[in-house]
Design a protein around this ligand. Structure first.
Ligand SMILES: Cc1cc2nc3c(=O)[nH]c(=O)nc-3n(C[C@H](O)[C@H](O)[C@H](O)COP(=O)(O)O)c2cc1C
Length: 191
């Protein structure tokens, strides 16, 4: 897949087969964080891998899915859950630009995964106090998100917003996703 096609199809996926993500793919996802840019090259991030089924299920119970859809449509069923999570941990004492570094790392990780056909969902809406304790974070550290990974069982397509300008995502009767993205004519101008 060329880079533009990779970016276009690297959408958020929320239902997965139960085939595990191979270690080789996980290694690439993790390596992509090393390739990420970092403000002043301070590198304030670390990552925790959760890949044993028992532990994935433990983390799953503290995650929230697809806030714009009813639970029965947006949440993975028991046999559709991700098979891997990676927690993204920031240390704001090391850098004031953690959030930017995290955004770059998240983009790299999810693209590296998708290059292997592994879909992902960044989960910001998780129980951070409980998960931080579970992962043994220090007082200085901050859990940004957990990223869910797995081989997707649905499609997701970018569409133009309607006239009303609403940006909600929605699903069709096969529960494939449609994600509205603002047109470039609304977001770009030339100076
Ligand atoms: C920082 C961040 C936090 C997110 N948190 C959640 C979340 O808690 N649960 C969820 O289902 N999706 C979450 N998402 C996924 C967004 O809903 C998704 O990116 C958005 O609907 C656009 O879809 P797309 O990623 O396919 O472009 C998050 C995305 C980002 C970037």
């Amino acid at each position: 897949m060329d880079m533009m096609e990779l970016m276009k199809t690297r959408r958020t996926y929320r239902r997965f087969t139960q085939e595990p993500v191979p270690q080789k793919v996980l290694d690439d996802i993790l390596l992509s964080t090393r390739y990420s840019s970092s403000a002043a090259n301070r590198q304030p991030l670390r990552f925790i891998v959760i890949k044993d089924k028992e532990k994935v299920d433990e983390v799953f119970q503290y995650t929230t899915w697809a806030g714009q859809l009813p639970k029965e449509l947006g949440w993975p069923k028991d046999d559709e859950r991700p098979t891997l999570f990676i927690a993204v941990i920031e240390n704001p004492e090391i850098s004031a630009w953690c959030d930017t570094d995290t955004g770059i790392a998240l983009a790299n990780m999810t693209l590296a995964a998708w290059a292997h056909g592994v879909g992902s969902c960044i989960i910001g809406a998780c129980n951070k106090p409980v998960l931080s304790e579970m992962f043994g974070l220090s007082e200085k550290e901050k859990l940004h998100s957990v990223v869910a990974f797995g081989y997707p069982t649905h499609k997701s397509t970018i569409v133009d917003p309607e006239e009303d300008g609403k940006l909600n995502y929605y699903v069709d009767d096969k529960v494939d996703y449609y994600v509205k993205k603002r047109k470039l004519s609304d977001t770009v101008s030339y100076y």
